[in-house]
Design a protein around this ligand. Structure first.
Ligand SMILES: Nc1ncnc2c1ncn2[C@@H]1O[C@H](COP(=O)(O)OP(=O)(O)OP(=O)(O)O)[C@@H](O)[C@H]1O
Ligand SMILES: [Mg+2]
Length: 586
C-alpha cells in the first residue's frame, strides 16, 4: 500500500467530503437495519393473531403499518445512498482531476530524453488507464470499505443480541464467500488486463495502418496489413473468451453461498424456535440480515483486488512522478538574453543512444550577426540548436550568451527568447492563425499577416477559402512540406525573439522561393543574433560567419567567399549545388 499513500495529501484536501460521506453511509445503514425488525414484528403479529383468533381487519391494519414503515425507510436509505455517492464519488472524481493535472505538469517538466525512453502509449496509459484504476480505489473501494465497517458493526451486533449460536452458524459461509470472490476477481482482473494489453496492440496496429495508408496502397500491401490485423484480432478474441469463462463463475458462486447461508438460517433457526429461544419472526429477520451481509462480504474480495490493482497502477504513476528532470532551471531571476553567443570546446553525447554528436566545437556569434552552420546529414547541426535551447545540456565545455553561462540564465526566459524553426515543420490541429500565434495569447491581425508575409506564405493562405481560419493538421487541410516549413518560420517570426535558429527550414522550398524568403528574413532579422542551419550553400551566403561540421567536428570556418576560395569540402559542395541549379534552369 505504500504507493497509495501518495494519495493521502488529496484525501486530506477533500477531507470534508470524505467525513460527510462517511456520515451519510452510517445514516443509510441505520435506515437499512430497521426494516428487518419490522418484518419480524409483522410475522410475530400474524402468528399471534392466528393463535388468539384476532379479527382480520385489525391484522390488516398492522401489516399496512409495517409495510408503509419499510417503504419509508427504504426511501430514506435510498436518499442517503444518493448523498453518499454525491460526496464520496464526487471526491474521487475531484482527486482524479488533480492527479491527472499533477502528472501532466510533471510530463511537461521532464526532459526530452525521458520521452525518448518511454513510448507515447505508455505515457497515455498512465495518465488515463492507471489514473482510472486509482480512482476506483478512491471512490468505490473507500466507499464500500466504510460501508462494510458500519454495516457489519450494526448488523452483527443486532444478530448477536437476538441469538449468539444462530449468528455464528449463519456467518460461517461468509468468509468462504469473501475468499472465493477474491480468487475469482483476481483471475478476472488478470485476464482482463491481458485482453486490455491485446486491445492496445490492436489499436496501435490500426492506427499505424491508417496513418500509412497511402504507402500501403502504393505498395499494394493491403493483404499483408489485413493479415496482421486478423492475427492480432484473433488473439484478442481468444483472450476475451478466456475472460468470459472466468466471469461466468462469478454470479453462480455468490448465489450458491447465499443459498447455503439462507438454508442454514432456516434449519438452525427452526431448531432454535422449537426450543423457544427465538420466534418465527426472528428467522425471517435473520434471513434479511444474512442477505444484507452477503453483498458486502462478496465486495470484500472485489475491493481487495481493486486496491491491489490501484496499488500497482499507482506504482507506475509514481515511477513517472518521481522521475527527476535532467534540465534544471537554476534561477528564477530575470536574466537578459542578449549579446554574443559563444561555444567553447563543447562536446556532447546523446545519453540514450551513446552517439557522440559534437566533439570540442568552438565558435562565436557576435550580437546582431548571423552564423551559418553547414554540414552533411548527421554531422551534428541540429544538436547545436538543441544545446542552445537547453533541450539537452552539454557534457563538456561552455556555452554562453552575453558572457553568461546559459545554465545560469532563466531557462524559461532563454527558451522564450529563441525563435526556433524546427527541421520538420510541425503543425498543431487548429487554424492557420492559431498555428502562427502559438507562442502568444494577445496579438493583432497585422502581426499575423506580417509574419506570414515575411515567411513568404501569404499568397497560398489567401487562396484558401477560409484564409487564416483554414483548419490545418490532422483533420484539416493537408499542407505540403514547403508550406509547413514556411508556417513554422512565420510562427518563430511572430514572437519577436532576440535569437533566431532556422534549422534547415528551407529544404523543401525551391531555390527561387528560398532566395525571396532569405531576402525578407535578412531585413527582419538584422537586429537579432541568428543561426541558419542548412546543407545548402545558397542559404549560407547571408551568414557573417560559417562553420562547417563533419562528424561533430568543425572542419572549416570563415565566410562564404573565404570558404569557396579555400577549395575544401564547402567549396566542393558549393560547386556541386550550383551546377545542379544551372542544370535545373536549363
Ligand atoms: N534525440 C537524439 N537522440 C539520440 N541520438 C540523436 C538524437 N538526435 C540526433 N542524434 C544523433 O546525433 C547525430 C547528430 O545528429 P543531428 O541531428 O545533430 O544531425 P544533423 O546535422 O542535424 O543532420 P540532418 O542534416 O540530417 O538534420 C546523429 O548521428 C544522430 O543519429
Ligand atoms: Mg538536423
Amino acid at each position: 500500500m505504500k504507493n497509495l499513500l501518495h494519495l493521502n495529501k488529496y484525501l486530506l484536501k477533500y477531507k470534508t467530503l470524505l467525513i460527510i460521506g462517511a456520515i451519510f453511509i452510517l445514516i443509510s445503514n441505520i435506515f437499512a437495519l430497521y426494516p428487518a425488525e419490522f418484518v419480524r414484528h409483522a410475522f410475530d403479529n400474524i402468528q399471534q393473531a392466528l393463535s388468539q383468533n384476532i379479527n382480520e381487519t385489525s391484522i390488516h391494519y398492522t401489516l399496512l403499518k409495517f409495510g408503509s414503515l419499510i417503504l419509508l425507510f427504504a426511501i430514506m436509505k435510498g436518499l442517503f445512498m444518493f448523498f453518499m455517492r454525491q460526496t464520496i464519488i464526487v471526491m474521487s472524481r475531484k482527486i482524479e482531476f488533480d492527479l491527472k493535472n499533477e502528472i501532466y505538469k510533471k510530463y511537461q517538466n521532464l526532459s526530452i530524453s525521458f520521452y525518448k525512453k518511454n513510448n507515447t502509449g505508455d505515457l497515455m496509459n498512465r495518465i488515463t488507464e492507471d489514473v482510472n484504476r486509482v480512482r476506483m480505489y478512491l471512490g468505490p473501494a473507500i466507499m464500500y470499505t466504510i460501508n462494510m465497517f458500519f454495516l457489519f458493526t450494526l448488523v452483527i451486533s443486532k444478530m448477536l443480541s437476538i441469538n449468539v449460536s444462530l449468528t455464528l452458524y449463519v456467518l460461517i459461509p461468509l468468509p468462504i464467500l469473501a475468499l472465493a470472490v477474491y480468487f475469482v476477481s483476481t483471475q478476472i482482473n488478470k485476464k482482463s488486463e491481458q485482453s486490455q494489453a491485446q486491445l492496445s496492440t490492436l489499436t496501435s496496429i490500426s492506427q499505424e495502418t491508417f496513418s500509412a495508408i497511402n504507402i500501403i496502397k502504393i505498395f499494394s500491401n493491403e493483404d499483408n496489413a489485413f493479415n496482421r490485423f486478423y492475427e492480432e484480432c484473433k488473439n484478442y478474441k481468444k483472450r476475451q473468451l478466456r475472460l468470459v469463462s472466468v466471469e461466468a463463475w462469478f454470479f453462480p458462486l455468490i448465489i450458491l453461498l447465499i443459498g447455503i447461508s439462507t438454508i442454514t438460517t432456516v434449519y438452525i433457526g427452526g431448531l432454535e424456535s422449537f426450543k423457544g429461544t427465538i420466534t418465527a419472526g426472528n428467522i425471517a429477520e435473520f434471513i434479511i440480515y444474512v442477505n444484507m451481509l452477503t453483498w458486502p462480504v462478496a465486495s470484500v474480495g472485489w475491493v481487495t483486488s481493486l486496491i491491489q490493482r490501484a496499488e500497482a497502477s499507482m506504482q507506475r504513476v509514481k515511477e513517472f512522478l518521481d522521475t527527476q528532470t535532467t534540465i534544471f532551471n537554476h534561477t528564477s531571476k530575470d536574466t537578459k538574453i542578449k549579446g554574443n553567443i559563444e561555444f567553447s570546446k563543447v562536446s556532447f553525447t546523446y545519453p540514450d543512444t551513446g552517439i557522440q554528436a559534437l566533439r570540442s566545437v568552438s565558435f562565436k556569434i557576435k550580437e546582431n550577426e548571423t552564423l551559418g552552420v553547414f554540414g552533411k546529414t548527421g554531422s551534428g547541426k541540429s544538436t547545436i540548436a538543441n544545446l542552445i535551447a537547453r533541450i539537452y545540456d552539454r557534457d563538456e565545455g561552455k556555452i554562453s550568451i552575453g558572457k553568461i553561462d546559459i545554465k545560469n540564465l532563466n531557462l524559461y526566459q532563454l527558451r522564450r527568447n529563441i525563435g526556433y524553426v524546427p527541421q520538420d515543420g510541425f503543425l498543431f490541429s487548429g487554424t492557420i492563425r492559431e498555428n502562427i500565434s502559438f507562442g502568444k495569447s494577445e496579438f493583432t491581425e497585422t502581426e499575423i499577416i506580417h509574419a506570414a508575409k515575411t515567411a513568404g506564405i501569404t499568397e497560398e493562405i489567401n487562396q484558401f477559402p477560409n484564409k487564416y481560419d483554414t483548419l490545418v493538421g490532422e483533420r484539416g487541410v493537408q499542407l505540403s512540406g514547403g508550406q509547413r516549413q514556411r508556417l513554422s518560420i512565420a510562427r518563430a517570426l511572430f514572437i519577436n525573439p532576440s535569437i533566431y535558429i532556422f534549422d534547415d527550414c528551407l529544404s523543401a522550398i525551391d531555390a527561387n522561393k528560398e532566395k525571396l524568403i532569405l531576402e525578407n528574413l535578412k531585413a527582419k532579422i538584422k537586429n537579432n543574433t541568428n543561426i541558419i542551419i542548412s546543407h545548402r550553400t545558397a542559404s549560407m551566403k547571408y551568414a557573417n560567419h560559417i562553420i562547417v561540421l563533419e562528424d561533430g567536428k568543425v572542419i572549416e570556418e570563415g565566410n562564404h567567399e573565404y570558404l569557396v576560395k579555400l577549395n575544401g569540402f564547402y567549396a566542393e559542395m558549393h560547386l556541386k549545388q550550383t551546377n545542379e541549379n544551372i542544370k535545373d534552369r536549363v
